[in-house]
Write a protein that binds this ligand. Structure first.
Ligand code: NAP
Length: 258
Protein backbone atom coordinates (compact mmCIF):
# COMPACT_ATOMS: atom_id res chain seq x y z
CA UNK A 1 0.00 0.00 0.00
CA UNK A 2 1.42 3.43 -0.88
CA UNK A 3 2.05 5.90 1.93
CA UNK A 4 -0.04 9.04 2.43
CA UNK A 5 2.14 11.99 1.42
CA UNK A 6 1.77 14.89 3.86
CA UNK A 7 2.57 18.62 3.81
CA UNK A 8 2.64 20.52 7.11
CA UNK A 9 1.99 24.29 7.08
CA UNK A 10 3.15 26.07 10.23
CA UNK A 11 5.64 23.26 11.03
CA UNK A 12 7.71 25.36 13.45
CA UNK A 13 4.79 26.34 15.67
CA UNK A 14 3.62 24.67 18.88
CA UNK A 15 1.05 22.49 17.11
CA UNK A 16 2.89 22.18 13.80
CA UNK A 17 6.04 20.78 15.42
CA UNK A 18 3.95 18.25 17.38
CA UNK A 19 2.33 17.25 14.07
CA UNK A 20 5.76 16.76 12.48
CA UNK A 21 6.65 14.24 15.21
CA UNK A 22 3.32 12.45 14.76
CA UNK A 23 3.73 12.18 10.96
CA UNK A 24 7.31 10.87 11.31
CA UNK A 25 6.08 8.20 13.75
CA UNK A 26 3.37 6.81 11.43
CA UNK A 27 4.62 4.04 9.15
CA UNK A 28 1.92 4.78 6.55
CA UNK A 29 2.63 8.55 6.34
CA UNK A 30 5.40 10.24 4.39
CA UNK A 31 6.43 13.85 5.14
CA UNK A 32 6.98 15.48 1.73
CA UNK A 33 6.79 19.25 2.32
CA UNK A 34 6.95 21.91 5.03
CA UNK A 35 5.74 25.52 4.94
CA UNK A 36 6.86 28.43 7.09
CA UNK A 37 7.12 32.05 5.91
CA UNK A 38 10.29 33.02 7.73
CA UNK A 39 12.55 29.99 7.97
CA UNK A 40 15.85 30.09 6.08
CA UNK A 41 16.23 26.31 6.00
CA UNK A 42 15.72 24.57 2.67
CA UNK A 43 15.20 21.15 4.24
CA UNK A 44 14.05 19.82 7.61
CA UNK A 45 13.14 16.32 8.86
CA UNK A 46 14.08 14.96 5.43
CA UNK A 47 11.49 17.14 3.62
CA UNK A 48 11.87 20.32 1.53
CA UNK A 49 10.96 23.60 3.23
CA UNK A 50 9.01 26.33 1.42
CA UNK A 51 8.48 29.99 2.40
CA UNK A 52 5.49 30.72 0.18
CA UNK A 53 2.59 28.40 -0.52
CA UNK A 54 2.64 29.07 -4.28
CA UNK A 55 5.95 27.15 -4.48
CA UNK A 56 4.13 24.00 -3.35
CA UNK A 57 2.14 23.86 -6.61
CA UNK A 58 2.77 20.59 -8.39
CA UNK A 59 4.31 18.84 -5.35
CA UNK A 60 3.26 15.17 -5.22
CA UNK A 61 1.30 15.26 -1.95
CA UNK A 62 -2.06 13.96 -0.73
CA UNK A 63 -2.80 15.87 2.48
CA UNK A 64 -2.20 19.42 3.73
CA UNK A 65 -2.04 19.65 7.54
CA UNK A 66 -2.44 23.27 8.69
CA UNK A 67 -1.58 24.69 12.11
CA UNK A 68 -0.79 28.29 11.16
CA UNK A 69 -2.79 31.32 12.20
CA UNK A 70 -6.37 32.50 11.67
CA UNK A 71 -5.36 35.32 9.26
CA UNK A 72 -3.98 32.88 6.65
CA UNK A 73 -5.95 29.66 7.28
CA UNK A 74 -8.75 30.40 4.81
CA UNK A 75 -6.38 31.23 1.94
CA UNK A 76 -4.22 28.20 2.77
CA UNK A 77 -7.21 25.85 2.74
CA UNK A 78 -8.50 27.30 -0.53
CA UNK A 79 -5.03 26.93 -2.05
CA UNK A 80 -4.78 23.31 -0.85
CA UNK A 81 -8.14 22.39 -2.38
CA UNK A 82 -7.41 24.20 -5.65
CA UNK A 83 -4.14 22.31 -6.03
CA UNK A 84 -5.36 18.83 -5.18
CA UNK A 85 -4.19 18.57 -1.54
CA UNK A 86 -6.79 17.26 0.92
CA UNK A 87 -6.87 19.74 3.81
CA UNK A 88 -6.70 18.66 7.47
CA UNK A 89 -7.04 22.01 9.17
CA UNK A 90 -6.50 22.61 12.86
CA UNK A 91 -6.08 26.37 12.58
CA UNK A 92 -9.07 28.11 14.13
CA UNK A 93 -11.01 31.28 13.39
CA UNK A 94 -13.02 30.32 10.28
CA UNK A 95 -16.36 32.04 9.69
CA UNK A 96 -19.48 30.11 8.67
CA UNK A 97 -19.32 31.74 5.22
CA UNK A 98 -15.71 30.68 4.73
CA UNK A 99 -16.52 27.08 5.68
CA UNK A 100 -19.46 27.10 3.23
CA UNK A 101 -17.26 28.45 0.42
CA UNK A 102 -14.52 25.89 1.08
CA UNK A 103 -17.06 23.06 1.23
CA UNK A 104 -18.38 24.12 -2.16
CA UNK A 105 -14.88 24.07 -3.68
CA UNK A 106 -14.20 20.62 -2.18
CA UNK A 107 -17.44 19.27 -3.70
CA UNK A 108 -16.54 20.67 -7.12
CA UNK A 109 -13.05 19.16 -6.86
CA UNK A 110 -14.40 15.94 -5.24
CA UNK A 111 -11.69 16.22 -2.59
CA UNK A 112 -12.11 15.13 1.01
CA UNK A 113 -10.95 17.31 3.87
CA UNK A 114 -11.56 18.32 7.44
CA UNK A 115 -11.63 21.54 9.42
CA UNK A 116 -11.68 20.65 13.11
CA UNK A 117 -11.61 23.26 15.84
CA UNK A 118 -10.49 20.51 18.21
CA UNK A 119 -8.72 17.26 17.39
CA UNK A 120 -8.73 15.90 20.97
CA UNK A 121 -11.15 12.97 21.18
CA UNK A 122 -12.21 13.98 24.71
CA UNK A 123 -13.08 17.49 23.54
CA UNK A 124 -15.21 16.10 20.72
CA UNK A 125 -17.03 13.90 23.25
CA UNK A 126 -17.51 16.92 25.53
CA UNK A 127 -19.15 18.79 22.64
CA UNK A 128 -21.46 15.86 21.89
CA UNK A 129 -22.40 15.40 25.58
CA UNK A 130 -23.11 19.15 25.80
CA UNK A 131 -25.45 18.94 22.82
CA UNK A 132 -27.37 16.08 24.49
CA UNK A 133 -27.54 17.80 27.87
CA UNK A 134 -28.95 20.99 26.29
CA UNK A 135 -32.23 19.17 25.59
CA UNK A 136 -32.90 19.10 29.34
CA UNK A 137 -30.68 21.97 30.56
CA UNK A 138 -31.28 24.98 28.28
CA UNK A 139 -29.38 27.41 30.54
CA UNK A 140 -25.67 27.09 29.98
CA UNK A 141 -22.43 29.02 30.08
CA UNK A 142 -19.13 28.02 28.46
CA UNK A 143 -15.75 28.80 29.96
CA UNK A 144 -12.79 28.14 27.68
CA UNK A 145 -9.26 28.39 29.07
CA UNK A 146 -6.10 28.59 26.93
CA UNK A 147 -2.42 29.57 27.06
CA UNK A 148 -1.70 33.29 26.77
CA UNK A 149 -0.21 33.10 23.24
CA UNK A 150 -3.54 32.16 21.65
CA UNK A 151 -4.51 34.77 19.06
CA UNK A 152 -8.27 34.31 18.66
CA UNK A 153 -11.06 34.51 21.23
CA UNK A 154 -13.37 32.84 21.85
CA UNK A 155 -11.82 29.50 20.88
CA UNK A 156 -13.11 27.63 17.85
CA UNK A 157 -14.08 24.79 20.20
CA UNK A 158 -16.25 27.10 22.31
CA UNK A 159 -18.00 28.46 19.21
CA UNK A 160 -18.56 24.96 17.86
CA UNK A 161 -19.87 23.81 21.27
CA UNK A 162 -22.34 26.71 21.30
CA UNK A 163 -23.48 25.83 17.76
CA UNK A 164 -24.10 22.20 18.75
CA UNK A 165 -25.96 23.25 21.92
CA UNK A 166 -28.08 25.65 19.83
CA UNK A 167 -29.33 22.67 17.81
CA UNK A 168 -31.10 21.38 20.95
CA UNK A 169 -31.79 24.65 22.80
CA UNK A 170 -34.54 27.14 22.10
CA UNK A 171 -32.94 30.55 21.63
CA UNK A 172 -33.45 32.71 24.74
CA UNK A 173 -31.63 35.36 26.73
CA UNK A 174 -30.21 34.00 29.99
CA UNK A 175 -29.78 35.86 33.27
CA UNK A 176 -32.01 38.56 34.72
CA UNK A 177 -34.07 40.49 32.12
CA UNK A 178 -32.85 43.78 33.59
CA UNK A 179 -29.24 42.62 34.00
CA UNK A 180 -26.73 45.49 33.89
CA UNK A 181 -22.98 45.14 33.28
CA UNK A 182 -21.23 47.69 35.49
CA UNK A 183 -17.93 46.60 33.89
CA UNK A 184 -18.06 46.00 30.09
CA UNK A 185 -17.54 42.33 29.20
CA UNK A 186 -18.31 41.02 32.68
CA UNK A 187 -20.94 38.63 31.32
CA UNK A 188 -18.79 37.38 28.42
CA UNK A 189 -19.72 37.00 24.74
CA UNK A 190 -23.38 36.48 23.87
CA UNK A 191 -24.22 33.59 21.52
CA UNK A 192 -27.95 33.17 21.12
CA UNK A 193 -28.43 34.24 24.75
CA UNK A 194 -25.83 31.86 26.21
CA UNK A 195 -22.47 33.19 27.37
CA UNK A 196 -18.88 32.31 26.47
CA UNK A 197 -16.00 33.39 28.73
CA UNK A 198 -12.37 33.25 27.54
CA UNK A 199 -9.52 32.83 30.03
CA UNK A 200 -5.90 33.33 28.86
CA UNK A 201 -3.10 32.37 31.26
CA UNK A 202 0.47 31.08 31.05
CA UNK A 203 0.73 27.40 31.94
CA UNK A 204 -2.56 26.41 30.37
CA UNK A 205 -2.82 24.37 27.14
CA UNK A 206 -6.51 23.98 26.11
CA UNK A 207 -9.38 23.42 28.52
CA UNK A 208 -13.13 23.89 28.50
CA UNK A 209 -15.98 23.74 30.99
CA UNK A 210 -19.61 23.68 30.00
CA UNK A 211 -21.78 24.55 32.99
CA UNK A 212 -25.51 23.79 32.89
CA UNK A 213 -27.87 25.11 35.55
CA UNK A 214 -31.44 24.11 36.29
CA UNK A 215 -33.89 24.17 39.20
CA UNK A 216 -31.92 23.10 42.26
CA UNK A 217 -29.23 21.26 40.28
CA UNK A 218 -26.21 21.83 38.08
CA UNK A 219 -24.18 19.78 35.65
CA UNK A 220 -20.56 20.58 34.77
CA UNK A 221 -18.72 18.93 31.89
CA UNK A 222 -14.97 19.53 31.59
CA UNK A 223 -12.19 18.54 29.24
CA UNK A 224 -8.46 19.21 29.62
CA UNK A 225 -5.69 18.95 27.05
CA UNK A 226 -2.59 18.89 29.26
CA UNK A 227 -0.22 18.40 26.31
CA UNK A 228 -0.45 19.16 22.57
CA UNK A 229 0.13 15.48 21.87
CA UNK A 230 -3.54 15.06 22.94
CA UNK A 231 -4.58 16.44 19.53
CA UNK A 232 -2.50 14.04 17.45
CA UNK A 233 -4.68 10.90 17.65
CA UNK A 234 -7.40 12.94 15.97
CA UNK A 235 -5.05 14.47 13.38
CA UNK A 236 -3.69 11.03 12.39
CA UNK A 237 -7.24 9.67 12.14
CA UNK A 238 -8.29 12.63 9.99
CA UNK A 239 -5.33 12.23 7.61
CA UNK A 240 -6.45 8.65 6.90
CA UNK A 241 -10.17 9.47 6.73
CA UNK A 242 -9.93 12.41 4.31
CA UNK A 243 -8.46 9.98 1.78
CA UNK A 244 -11.79 8.08 1.85
CA UNK A 245 -14.27 10.95 1.35
CA UNK A 246 -15.01 13.46 -1.43
CA UNK A 247 -16.14 16.46 0.58
CA UNK A 248 -14.81 18.84 3.23
CA UNK A 249 -16.28 18.19 6.69
CA UNK A 250 -16.36 20.49 9.71
CA UNK A 251 -15.74 18.75 13.03
CA UNK A 252 -13.91 15.52 13.88
CA UNK A 253 -17.21 13.92 14.97
CA UNK A 254 -17.90 13.24 11.26
CA UNK A 255 -15.13 10.65 11.36
CA UNK A 256 -16.06 9.06 14.71
CA UNK A 257 -18.65 6.42 15.56
CA UNK A 258 -20.60 8.36 18.21
P1 NAP B 1 1.94 29.00 16.87
O1 NAP B 1 2.86 28.31 17.81
O2 NAP B 1 1.93 30.49 16.80
O3 NAP B 1 2.27 28.40 15.42
C1 NAP B 1 1.79 28.93 14.23
C2 NAP B 1 2.93 28.78 13.23
O4 NAP B 1 2.46 29.13 11.93
C3 NAP B 1 4.11 29.71 13.54
O5 NAP B 1 5.30 28.98 13.47
C4 NAP B 1 3.99 30.77 12.44
O6 NAP B 1 5.23 31.32 12.10
C5 NAP B 1 3.44 29.92 11.31
N1 NAP B 1 2.82 30.71 10.24
C6 NAP B 1 2.29 31.95 10.29
N2 NAP B 1 1.83 32.31 9.07
C7 NAP B 1 2.08 31.27 8.26
C8 NAP B 1 1.88 31.03 6.87
N3 NAP B 1 1.32 31.95 6.09
N4 NAP B 1 2.27 29.84 6.35
C9 NAP B 1 2.83 28.91 7.13
N5 NAP B 1 3.08 29.07 8.44
C10 NAP B 1 2.71 30.24 8.99
O7 NAP B 1 0.44 28.56 17.11
P2 NAP B 1 -0.11 27.17 17.66
O8 NAP B 1 -0.30 27.23 19.14
O9 NAP B 1 0.69 26.05 17.07
O10 NAP B 1 -1.57 27.17 17.02
C11 NAP B 1 -1.76 27.18 15.62
C12 NAP B 1 -3.26 27.16 15.32
O11 NAP B 1 -3.79 25.90 15.75
C13 NAP B 1 -4.06 28.24 16.07
O12 NAP B 1 -5.08 28.73 15.22
C14 NAP B 1 -4.67 27.47 17.24
O13 NAP B 1 -5.88 28.06 17.70
C15 NAP B 1 -4.93 26.14 16.56
N6 NAP B 1 -5.09 24.98 17.45
C16 NAP B 1 -5.96 24.03 17.04
C17 NAP B 1 -6.12 22.87 17.75
C18 NAP B 1 -7.08 21.83 17.23
O14 NAP B 1 -7.21 20.76 17.84
N7 NAP B 1 -7.75 22.09 16.11
C19 NAP B 1 -5.43 22.69 18.95
C20 NAP B 1 -4.53 23.68 19.37
C21 NAP B 1 -4.35 24.82 18.61
P3 NAP B 1 5.70 32.66 12.91
O15 NAP B 1 5.62 32.35 14.37
O16 NAP B 1 7.09 32.83 12.40
O17 NAP B 1 4.76 33.74 12.50
Amino acid sequence: MSKIKVIIAGFKGRMGSTAVNMVLEQTDFDLVGLLDPFTTKIEAFGAPVFNVKEDLKGLAADVWIDFTQPSVAFENTKFALEHGFRPVIGTTGFTEEQIAELTEISCLKKLGGLIAPNFALGAVLLMQFSKSAAKYFPDVEIIELHHDKKKDAPSGTAVKTAELIAENRKSHKQGAPDELETLAGARGADVDGMRIHSVRLPGLVAHQEVIFGSVGEGLTLRHDSYDRVSFMTGVALAVREVMEVNELKYGLEHFLDL
